[in-house]
Design a protein around this ligand. Structure first.
Ligand code: PEP
Ligand code: MG
Length: 883
């Protein structure tokens, strides 16, 4: 068909490769049908139809109705059931399914096709009157909520009133006649609210549901989820209509969710949960705590509820075979939804399972080890930014654990923060720079922003596949779910467990790897970087061309970066070394000096400290290249700004507040980022550059003696716009190199290069390369100066820019390839045309951003440089870019 693709009975019009058109769910149902697996027949309405729907004022094309009729006829032929038939009625589910999985963000309708007549037929054919009326009332409630806009609580109120009147406690206390009565009450309620009856015609129901599911593509939570996950709106969602199978037809029926490997640890063992006599959404919603699928998992969890392996061994065996077949076919860990209807297994969904970074590494490494995938594929499969999760701390095993409660280890890593109970509160505190843990009875898609703002998430209900668990794992946030001993009181803003009461603002620590919830702020440990991580990184290193360096100025940062695999320092921002209590005094003395002699006297005090700094960095980097940048920021940044500070500083320096103020006023600039900074300081006060160059060379001599390895010193001049600036500065550096060589008898190999941070420097790169031996693209400043957007103040208006799709991403996070990228590419070309050996790197924040790193590979840079914690991400991203 044009808009409709059918599947079922061992064949399908679509295939697994058609996920752009059929969505993930539709494509995989087609694929499973083609594989001959037991899939209830149905059909998928394409994402193109979704786009047509939105492009045409939420209407449908003229030929759609005939296609749907034909597809329904095919489902009828395969199931022996027909829409609205009084004897054998066809019931269907209507589900969303986008190209990328968006768990729980869009709408679903189940049991569609029930009405006053077909419910009787369902009772007869199932031999279970209670089940039939229960299904009908579920349908009325779901359909009314999703399609007609009548909210759940209307129905819940009716049900609660009824139970109270009858003295019932549980839903299972209700009998067939009770549900029949409730169906009448539900319909009456809908009639009362909408002034028209609940639709009885299954076709009308179907069109309503299709429209609602397409419309849910544009609901607020779907829009938020797309923004957080960079999913384009233009993809649209598909809608799958599928014959219903029932997991709630008694004790031989069940429904469940399984992963072919453990999604938390990656362990190669079937892992999942199921509920006997339940319908699909019950497992995901986390309302009943489910049972394990395998005996092994049940034992490991210490659960006293029997496993599927025990209660339905034959179906279990069939299920195990099917899951193995799916994993082999897709060559990846699968996340599977299934239903057992009276002892018969039905597969409802399969997809690549979401997993933690730890599990992703283990699965990729193990699959490559047995040859299911290649090493390159293993490298390509790991999302570079997900490595962040592994670089997160864990709880120090030696720390004292004051256990408040225990739940399921739903998403690993440790998190600590103040307790908050709502998304709004989480966001509010987060934007005030505070760390919070979101505590909820259970989470729903509305909580997505709060989960994003929180360090970690704690829920009292729900299993490992509950909403909270799935979403937290995707975000890489620690999560403990299903902590049953906890009682949350949203009203009083307290959380109680075993008699201990904590309130909003109290600090707790979550251990997402064990499921423990600890009181207070517990010490944490840096992560272990061995095992699968080390193996995969080694494969990545073998695949990449570009080098990865780090931006570092402290010994701690330099050591951390080396531990993470940095191959040198790409940027040492020397100004950061000037802020310590002892040095800042000499720095200020230099700034306040009236003449060169005064400045030189102050610089002489700084020299030994800088020499020690550089010697230490060179020693740590032990022969790897180290790029040291001359002083860059506007000098006023080193002067005090408040009255009180001014008074203190004036006293400490033996000068007057007046003089300090006068100097600060002289240095004040309206546009400091375009002001007296960078190479301009070296031009005005060359003695500063000379002191720094001397410190570099003397430090290099010292480090060379310690390590026995020659130091490769690269001195970098910031904010250059003309060759003349660089020439003047380089001359001072060269003179200093010669002086130190003469004094020490040691010649230090070195290079002098420049940052490319101004459009003019990019344009004149061919000229500048006459002197520069390397370029390092300072894309923070280059973005600022090319876009004319201040890097420090942009947040206030960049938000709406990305929301309105004016800019695809924050240009200070992901390089603006279209604009700034042109300058980078051009400068690289022009520079190399002048000097073929010119070394090219990047040291702006973009050097740690995977998309920007791919661009750097494309234009042929030699290295990227990023903050220490991003080094592994950059190594992997650089490898993927090269594959
Ligand atoms: C840059 O501008 O990209 C850069 C690395 O320098 P800084 O961030 O120190 O200005
Ligand atoms: Mg800069």
């Amino acid at each position: 068909g044009t808009w409709v693709y059918t599947f079922g009975d061992g064949k399908a019009e679509g295939t697994g490769a058609m996920r752009n058109l059929l969505g993930g769910k539709g494509a995989n149902l087609a694929e499973m049908s083609n594989l001959g697996l037991p899939v209830p027949p149905g059909f998928t309405l394409t994402t193109e139809l979704c786009n047509w729907f939105y492009a045409n004022g939420r209407r449908y094309p003229d030929d759609l109705a005939a296609e749907i009729d034909a597809a329904l006829a095919q489902v009828a032929a395969l199931t022996g059931r027909t829409f609205a038939d009084a004897k054998a009625p066809l019931l269907v589910s209507v589900r969303s399914g986008a190209r990328a999985s968006m768990p729980g963000m869009m709408d679903t309708v189940l049991n569609l096709g029930l009405n006053d007549e077909t419910v009787v037929a369902l009772a007869q054919s199932s031999g279970d009157e209670r089940f039939a009326w229960d299904s009908y009332r579920r349908f009325i409630q779901m359909y009314s909520d999703v399609v007609l806009g009548v909210e759940h609580h209307h129905f819940e109120d009716i049900l609660e009133d009824f139970k109270e009147r009858k003295g019932y406690v549980l839903d299972t206390d209700l009998e067939a006649a009770d549900w029949r009565g409730l169906v009448s009450a539900y319909k009456a309620k809908v009639g009362e609210i909408l002034s028209k009856p609940f639709p009885q015609d299954p076709r009308e129901q179907l069109w309503g549901a299709i429209g609602a599911v397409f419309s849910s593509w544009m609901n607020a939570r779907a829009i938020t989820y797309r923004r957080l996950n960079s999913i384009p709106e233009a993809w649209g969602t598909a809608v799958t209509v599928q014959a219903m199978v029932f997991g709630n037809m008694g004790e031989t029926s069940a429904t469940g969710v399984a992963f072919t490997r453990n999604p938390s640890t990656g362990e190669n063992a079937l892992y999942g949960e199921f509920l006997v006599n339940a319908q699909g959404e019950d497992v995901v919603a986390g309302i009943r705590t489910p049972q394990n699928i395998t005996e092994a998992a049940r034992l490991a969890a210490g659960s006293d509820k029997p496993s599927m392996e025990k209660v339905m061994p034959a179906v279990f065996a069939d299920f195990v075979r099917t899951t193995q077949r799916l994993e082999t076919h897709y060559r990846d860990m699968q996340d599977i939804e299934f239903t057992v209807e009276r002892g018969k297994l039905w597969m409802l969904q399969t997809r690549s399972g979401k997993r933690t970074a730890k599990a992703a590494l283990k699965i990729a490494v193990e699959m490559a080890a047995v040859g299911v995938i290649s090493r390159d594929e293993a490298v390509a499969r790991i999302e570079p930014s997900s490595l962040d999760q592994l670089l997160h701390p864990t709880i120090d095993p030696k720390a004292k654990r004051d256990i408040f409660a225990t739940g399921l280890p739903a998403s690993p890593g440790a998190a600590r923060g103040e307790i908050v109970f709502t998304s709004e509160e989480a966001e509010k505190l987060r934007s005030a720079g505070r760390k919070v843990v979101l505590v909820r009875v259970e989470t729903s898609p509305e909580d997505i922003t709060g989960m994003h703002a929180a360090e970690g998430v704690l829920t009292t209900r729900g299993g490992m596949t509950s909403h909270a668990a799935v979403v937290a794992r995707g975000m890489g946030k620690p999560c403990v779910s299903g902590a049953g001993s906890i009682r949350v009181d949203y009203h009083a803003k307290t959380v109680t467990s075993n008699g201990v009461v904590l309130k909003q603002g109290d600090v707790i620590t979550l251990d997402g790897s064990t499921g423990e919830v600890l009181r207070g702020s517990v010490p944490m440990l840096e992560p272990e970087l061995s095992g699968d991580f080390a193996t995969l990184m080694e494969w990545a290193d073998g695949a990449r061309r570009m080098k990865v360096r780090t931006n570092a100025e402290t010994p701690l940062d330099a050591r951390t970066a080396r531990k993470y695999g940095a191959e040198g320092i790409g940027l040492c921002r020397t100004e950061h070394m000037f802020f310590d209590a002892e040095r800042i005094i000499s720095v200020r003395e230099m700034i306040l000096s009236d003449d060169e002699a005064g400045r030189r006297a102050a610089l002489a005090k700084l020299l030994p400290m800088q020499r020690r700094d550089f010697a230490e960095l060179f020693t740590i980097m032990s022969g790897l290249p180290v790029t040291i940048r001359l002083l860059d920021p506007p000098l006023h940044e080193f002067l005090p700004s408040t009255e009180a500070e001014m008074a203190d500083v004036a006293k400490a320096m033996g000068t007057s507040v007046d003089k300090l103020k006068r100097r600060a006023a002289e240095l004040h600039e309206f546009n400091p980022m375009l002001g007296f900074r960078g190479v301009r300081i070296a031009i005005a006060y060359p003695e500063i550059a000379e002191m720094q160059a001397r410190a570099v060379f003397e430090g290099a001599v010292e480090a060379g003696r310690v390590t026995g390895k020659p130091v490769t010193a690269e001195i970098m001049v910031p904010l250059v716009m003309t060759l003349a600036e660089l020439d003047l500065t380089k001359a001072r550096i060269v003179a200093m190199a010669e002086a130190v060589a003469k004094e020490t008898g040691v010649t230090v190999p070195y290079q002098v290069g420049t940052m490319i941070e101004l459009p003019r420097a990019a344009l004149l790169a061919g000229e500048i390369a006459k002197t520069a031996e390397f370029f390092s693209f300072g894309t923070n400043d280059l973005t600022q100066t090319t876009l004319g957007i201040s890097r420090d103040d942009a947040a206030s208006f960049l938000g709406p820019y990305t929301v309105k799709n004016i800019l695809a991403a924050d240009p200070f996070v992901t390089l603006d390839q279209e604009g700034v990228g042109q300058l980078v590419e051009m400068a690289a070309e022009r520079g190399r045309a002048t000097r073929p050996t010119l070394k090219l790197g990047i040291c702006g924040e973009h050097g740690g951003d995977p998309a920007s790193i791919a661009f750097c590979e494309k234009v042929g840079l030699d290295y990227v440089s990023c903050s220490p914690y991003r080094v592994p991400i950059a190594r992997l991203a650089a490898a993927q870019a090269a594959l």
